[in-house]
Design a protein around this ligand. Structure first.
Ligand code: IVH
Length: 675
């Protein structure tokens, strides 16, 4: 086979596949591969076609914008074609785009851009005649779309008549129909409750809702519209602005909704700054966006630059790194956590997703593995959004190899061979080995030394693991028996860092009862519960000897937590370690000694809201409780103070309505400083 023959067959395969994906995506609304995979194949196709223009055919996916319209809707031929956008996937491609513009313009002008979020929904054209909504259409293949007038009429933020009296006699507004995250969640909850189909993502939900033949169904769906450009314009009464962003503002005057994120930036540099800003803000936006769009702001420049086949030369979409990618599941391993929970972890062929290379993802538990119907060897779709740990979202069943293997859960702990159990009400499998299990031991010791627990400076996770592996530490008490010499002899250590660690250990001995209780790693006892236990019982002995009935009297302690606390202190080996720690000098000030004078906020109720930057909300809660205050989750007439951090929302409004005293984070810190 010649090089050209193999190119032709590759091209044919790409076309068939892309056409199939288009059909699934645009016509059936059920994509089977992530967008990133589609983009990759389209780019490869374009690459081959660019090098061999003679191979371009009229039916190539590069030559059309979308899929064929559904038969049941009337067809509408767009007076002006609805175009698509070229993509940039990184900063270099953005700068290359601007360079192309300047080369074409043959002058080095400073270019302003209208910067807009790339909303992840569907492009729609809406026609107004004499200010009245008369017609709406989907993009379809860019030339012919579907008549969805009855459906778009029902979208809450689409005006049925324009405001004012200076709009053009005929005005076509183009924009995106989409569904907010909250709307999507509510819709899916309702669908689930009535045992109807749940949607995979907000884009699919918007598409499914817009393509209803019964517009009453569309009316019941939480769709939204944002305008992003102007199509046909005839009979202007007020001249349209000569800048794109100003035109968008004109549209808002006539009543069209516009994304609040639209801004004007100078040059590719300014665009990149906008991109980074919106990327940071992305997770907090109430709807999904998959990138940003930059458009040359000056309409005269736009006209000078013109169009290529499917897209304008003067605009580009800078896509965010894909949050979903396909890769191969190489194996499933089982990780044992601090409390013995055994988690299946997917080992993956490394894949770049959400801006980082991912080679592991959690599979959570047995129920999740069953739900996914995943086998080792499968092609899986991985999602990593923001800082969230990577998840396996689904399996591409069609690509399962013949030798795919079942995921088999262990009957014994993979670390210590102890028997594993799954309690009825729990989803997880647990190792029963306790501290005999090296994995549980390591995790417990890491927790003991961590910042919010005993806060042993310099004793990080890696060092803890090394100390356990070398047999130097078997219980938390062993930390305080360490000498400089063996630590100094360890890898990447020396006399100086070893001495620092010994000093840090010495310093950490002076702690507080809440920290000490938290550091023990009792199941379900987090920072706040540890503080509640300490404040309630005042001494360690009292906590250790408390009965179940006494324990459930503590704020936020229910029967489950009480049982875990009892169970922990009933274990003889735990009692021994606690006694040894105290013998080795671990101590804390007596809480009772400070009562009276140290509880100046007794009987005062506080609510914390918004982001507190100097100390976290949990930490502030503990300090307040130590000072005798009650910390509640919601504002009521009984609230004495609301501490409002950054981005405080409805709680702040409610407090203001009820006349509750509001203090800033700084005022709270000043209050703490008094005591
Ligand atoms: S402008 C002449 N602006 O992205 C350029 N499109 O890949 C036409 N989209 O079909 C599109 N947000 O569905 C434009 N602010 C925005 C957009 C946007 C989302 C979608 C739209 C379009 C697709 C192009």
């Amino acid at each position: 086979m010649s090089a050209n023959d193999s190119l032709i067959s590759e091209l044919q395969l790409l076309k068939t596949q892309l056409n199939e994906y288009n059909y699934q995506y645009y016509v059936l609304d059920t994509p089977t591969v992530p967008d990133s995979e589609y983009d990759r194949q389209l780019r490869r196709l374009q690459e081959i076609e660019a090098a061999h223009p003679e191979l371009i055919t009229a039916d190539s996916p590069s030559q059309k914008v979308g899929g064929a319209p559904l038969d049941a809707f009337r067809q509408i031929t767009h007076e002006l074609p609805m175009l698509s956008l070229d993509n940039a996937f990184n900063e270099d491609e953005l700068f290359a785009f601007e360079k192309r513009l300047k080369d074409r313009l043959k002058r080095d002008v400073e270019i302003d851009y209208s910067c807009e979020p790339k909303l992840d929904g569907l492009a729609v054209s809406i026609l107004y005649e004499n200010g009245q909504f008369v017609r709406a259409a989907t993009r379809g293949d860019g030339r012919v779309g579907e008549d969805i007038t009855a459906n778009v009429r029902t979208i809450k933020n689409v005006p049925l008549s324009l405001r004012g009296d200076d709009f053009p006699a005929r005005l076509e507004v183009r924009g995106e129909v989409f569904m907010s995250l909250a709307g999507f969640a509510a819709l899916n909850a309702a669908q689930k409750a009535s045992e109807k189909k749940v949607f995979a993502n907000p884009r699919n939900a918007a598409a499914g809702s817009l393509r209803q033949l019964d517009s009453r169904i569309t009316a019941s769906r939480p769709l939204m519209f944002y305008a992003y450009s102007v199509g046909v314009v005839e009979g202007e009464r007020q001249a349209l602005a000569d800048k794109h962003a100003e035109r968008l503002n004109q549209l808002t005057h006539w009543g069209m909704p516009l994304s609040p994120e639209v801004a004007v930036a100078k040059g590719a540099k300014g665009c990149h700054a906008y991109y980074q800003g919106l990327a940071t803000k992305r997770a907090a936006l109430p709807y999904e966006i998959d990138g940003v769009v930059f458009k040359v702001n000056d309409i005269a420049l736009q006209q000078e630059l013109g169009f290529v086949a499917r897209a304008p030369r003067w605009a580009i979409a800078h896509k965010f790194p894909a949050q979903e990618e396909m890769t191969k599941l190489l194996d499933v391993e089982f990780q044992v956590g601090r409390t013995g929970a055994i988690t299946p972890v997917a080992r993956l062929e490394p894949v770049f997703v959400g801006g980082v290379t991912v080679s592991n993802a959690t599979l959570h538990n047995q129920d999740e593995v069953a739900r996914l119907q995943v086998k080792i060897g499968d092609t899986v779709i991985i999602r990593r959004a923001g800082d969230v740990i990577p998840q396996v979202v689904s399996v591409v069943q069609e690509q399962r190899p013949d030798d795919a293997r079942d995921v088999v859960f262990p009957v014994a702990c993979p670390e210590c061979d102890s028997h594993v159990e799954r309690l009825d009400e729990e989803a997880v499998l647990r190792c029963t080995g306790g501290l005999i299990c090296p994995a549980q031991l390591k995790e417990s010791l890491k927790h003991f030394a961590s910042r919010k627990a005993m806060d042993i400076d310099g004793l990080g996770d890696k060092l803890v693991v090394q100390l356990v592996d070398m047999g130097l530490v078997k219980t938390p008490a062993d930390f305080f028996r360490l000498d400089v010499a063996p630590i100094a002899a360890m890898e990447r250590m020396g006399e100086k860092s070893a001495t620092n660690i010994i000093n840090a250990l010495d310093k950490a001995k002076q702690t507080t009862l809440p920290r000490f209780l938290y550091s023990l790693g009792i199941r379900e006892v987090g920072e706040a519960t540890a503080a509640n236990l300490a404040n309630h019982f005042k001494t360690l002995d009292a906590v250790m000897n408390a009965t179940l009935e006494q324990l459930v009297e503590v704020n936020d302690v229910g029967e489950v937590v009480a049982a875990h606390v009892r169970h922990f202190f009933a274990e003889e080996h735990n009692q021994t370690v606690i006694a040894q720690l105290q013998e080795l000098g671990v101590n804390w000030p007596d809480i009772e000694d400070k009562s009276g004078t140290a509880q100046p906020l007794l009987n005062k109720t506080f609510v914390l809201t918004g982001t507190l930057s100097a100390m976290g909300r949990n930490e502030a809660k503990v300090v307040l409780q130590n000072l005798g205050a009650k910390v509640s989750g919601s504002v009521s007439a009984k609230t004495d103070y609301l501490v409002a951090g950054e981005k405080a929302g409805s709680k702040l409004t409610k407090a203001q309505e009820l006349g509750v005293t509001v203090m800033t984070e700084d005022e709270m810190l000043a209050l703490f400083a008094q005591y």
